[in-house]
Write a protein that binds this ligand. Sequence first.
Ligand code: ADP
Ligand code: NI
Length: 214
Amino acid sequence: MNKIIQNAVQFVKEKLDGAEAGHDWFHIERVWKLSKKIAKTENCNIEIVELSALLHDIADPKFHNGDETLALKISRAFLESQNIDEKIIQQVLFVIQNISFKNRGEAPETLPIELKIVQDADRIDAIGAIGIARTFNFGGYKNNLMYHPDLKPQLNMSKDEYKKSNGTTINHFYEKLLLLKDLMNTEEGKKIAEERHDFMLNFLNQFYKEWNVD
Ligand code: ADP
Ligand code: NI
């Protein structure tokens, strides 16, 4: 493995020590692996893909009082410490700044392929069996209800409403997880997302069946 990537792995592991289980080193490792898998099918700069995947959740605003600049500051400091080209640094920071689902309304219309790849990888890790586990873990961390039959999903929430939402974890499927399949950027991403999407639909069917005992 390239020395810079090796240093990035070490840096991220240390920074995310003790993080919430859905946004910890293992999430990063899965997104990094998925990014490399998708990158093989696209014409891209693999260094930018790998560094962006490794650094993309280094300081998620939802765990840092909403601070949206911290991740960029920490990432820049790390990248500069590795003597990486300023041009590459800017491209990595651009990915980190624009990858998020809740910021999708603010992102530029044309996205570089490296961003498309890491965004697909991050979204794939939000769906399927792992996605379900992460979502219930996060809901538990926030002390949200798993489900309430009278609380309907809030579609079209503004970024602010989405961040503040204390809705149920099942509603999060309709507010985000089930939308991701159609937001995939790459062909490889779409392929992987299909199977995971179907698994979530099966999960929801079974969940309602077990909830509504008659
Ligand atoms: P991003 O970090 O891409 O903007 P989110 O803020 O939606 O995405 O969070 C990433 C993951 O955290 C989600 O895929 C989900 O697993 C979990 N999560 C976020 N918000 C909620 C919520 N309201 N209920 C349950 N899980 C959530
Ligand atoms: Ni992520």
